[in-house]
Design a protein around this ligand. Sequence first.
Ligand SMILES: [Zn+2]
Length: 91
Amino acid sequence: MLRLTFFLYGILASINIYLADSLTVQILSILGILFGLGIAISWPEPLPPPPPPDLWSEAPDDKERDMKLCSNCGKAVDQKWSMCPYCSKKV
Ligand SMILES: [Zn+2]
């Protein structure tokens, strides 16, 4: 929005050159064009563009853990565990 304002200011200043009679006003208008359009071009966008939604798609998912079922209570237990945390029996 701010860039658009400076851009319109540059356009108005360029129109002012054609309408103005005195050299001083024309010089000021030229300076206004350079100033306004320069800012309109170089002014940064207020917000950076949002990151692409698939930015983190390559991140590895949660590491899939090898699970096994407890032979006693049937609950899923980590593969490397030898004792079931639910029933304290050997799996
Ligand atoms: Zn168990």
